[in-house]
Design a protein around this ligand. Structure first.
Ligand SMILES: Nc1nc2c(c(=O)[nH]1)N[C@H]1C(S)=C(S)[C@@H](COP(=O)(O)O)O[C@H]1N2
Ligand SMILES: [Mo]
Length: 431
């Protein structure tokens, strides 16, 4: 359920400088289905055909083809996602639809900052590597990348830095993600470092930045971020063309993207066309200012923080999900309930996963699996028994090898609402 819907005016009034795509897209309201259908392109894609008399179509009209469907908005090749915004398109996956140990493409969330490229031709796609610290400027075709470098497949967690934002109070503007801006597909591609080494880089390299083929409405670059060189050189840092043996979904960056497991999703550039090897901390759109940053020192909720006191988010915090059963589940009294879920943590490994059915008074240790490879999420299972009939909340809490434990209540408030790793909880009715 959406807690609140922020109007565009409210957002601009509170921060007039933020005239970017994140706030342009009116927050869609699923209860009325208004706000989804903006722009002829979006509407045509939705209806699946040219709208012949589109010139005469009243603004805000919901096409009859969709007016009576239970799902207010369907994204081709995705299934069951909740759309938070249609322009740019942002959609998350309900927790119970993330139950697969390897996230299928149709269940991976979508977070777009601009308009994706249309009519992508993978055969003619190229990737250029350049920058102040590059020894050479090189351009590779997709075929070059596939043939010249060792192909690898890795399961890597992709999570938006703003996952969980909807719970913060005072609220933060931006997509009101609940828990589902996360997934862990098996990515197919090559190591980023093999390409960096092929191109060559100087000792003064600081950052590796990306540019993608998506654009803002007026043709600008919506987002261009990256990672420090040390992260770029890790064996798990990938340039990927596929997911679970299939080409990337168009909304997840087809035909080429970066994947940095365990770091904010915003570092994993989609529709990748250029990599810049930089001798400074990259300064592209959404690297500077307040985006993807948290206060360097904790602040009281609602505090105004100066941009120079904000630090770039690197590894994501320890977190977990209960993916079976779905919240609200009715369970027969006297029977065992087999829970399932996943746990993950930035650059590290999860060491334990505990479950409580008594609001955190006591905790029961779940059976936690090792990751399929470094920076993959870890699956967990627990057979639960309930003492009597009634309403229960099941809480899950992960702890990692750094000694970090998920907070039961909200973690530190921050102006843009990032890094909410509070325990996931579900309702279970035993009867
Ligand atoms: N070119 C480009 N890359 C991008 C984005 C974008 O808007 N454009 N969004 C980023 C953000 S904020 C996230 S969370 C991830 C989301 O990846 P997904 O949409 O494949 O789930 O992509 C990142 N890469
Ligand atoms: Mo994100």
């Amino acid at each position: 359920m959406r807690k609140r819907v922020r109007g565009i005016h409210e957002v601009f009034a509170s921060d007039p400088a933020r005239a970017d795509w994140e706030v342009w897209g009116r927050q869609a309201d699923p209860s009325t289905r208004r706000g989804f259908l903006k722009g002829l392109g979006a509407m045509t894609a939705l209806v699946g055909s040219k709208i012949v008399f589109s010139d005469f179509m009243p603004a805000g009209l919901i096409p009859a083809a969709y007016a009576n469907q239970a799902e207010p908005f369907a994204i081709e090749g995705k299934d069951g996602l909740t759309v938070l915004n249609d322009r740019p398109l942002c959609a998350e996956t309900p927790a119970h639809l993330l139950n697969d140990d390897v996230t299928p493409a149709h269940r991976l969330f979508v977070r777009n900052n601009g308009l994706p490229p249309e009519d992508v031709d993978g055969r003619n796609w190229t990737l250029t590597v350049d920058g102040e610290s590059a020894a050479d400027t090189k351009t590779y075709s997709l075929g070059d990348l596939k043939e010249r470098f060792e192909n690898v497949s890795r399961q890597l967690v992709m999570e938006c830095g703003g996952n969980g934002r909807s719970e913060y109070d005072p609220p933060a503007s931006g997509n009101q993600w609940t828990v589902g801006a996360v997934g862990c597909p098996r990515w197919d591609g090559i190591r980023l470092r093999d390409v960096l080494e092929d191109c060559g880089y100087r000792d003064d390299t600081v950052y590796v930045a990306y540019y993608g083929a998506d654009r803002t409405a007026d043709g600008g670059v919506p987002i261009s971020r990256g990672v420090p060189m040390a992260k770029a050189l890790e064996a798990e840092s990938m340039i990927a063309w596929g997911m679970n043996g299939e080409p990337l979904h168009p909304m997840n960056g087809h035909p080429l993207r970066l994947v940095f497991g365990g770091w904010p999703g915003s570092t994993s550039g989609k529709w990748l066309s250029r990599i810049a090897i930089r001798n400074i901390v990259h300064d592209g759109p959404k690297m500077t200012g307040m985006s993807y940053k948290v206060p360097c020192e904790p602040v009281a909720p609602g505090t105004e923080v100066a941009p120079e006191d904000m630090c770039i988010i690197e590894a994501m915090p320890v977190k977990s999900l209960i993916t079976y059963p779905q919240s609200g589940y009715q369970h027969p009294v006297g029977e065992v309930l087999s829970l399932h879920g996943h746990a993950w943590t930035g650059d590290n490994q999860v060491e334990r996963l505990d479950v409580s059915i008594d609001f955190g008074r006591t905790w029961i240790r779940a059976d936690l699996q090792p990751p399929a490879n470094r920076l993959a999420w870890q699956n967990w299972d627990l057979d639960l028994e309930f003492p009597e009939a009634g309403y229960y909340e099941v809480w899950a809490r992960a702890a990692d090898a750094n000694g970090d434990v998920q907070p039961v209540v909200l973690p530190g408030w921050n102006p843009r609402g990032y890094l909410n790793n509070a325990c996931h909880r579900i309702a279970v009715y035993v009867a």
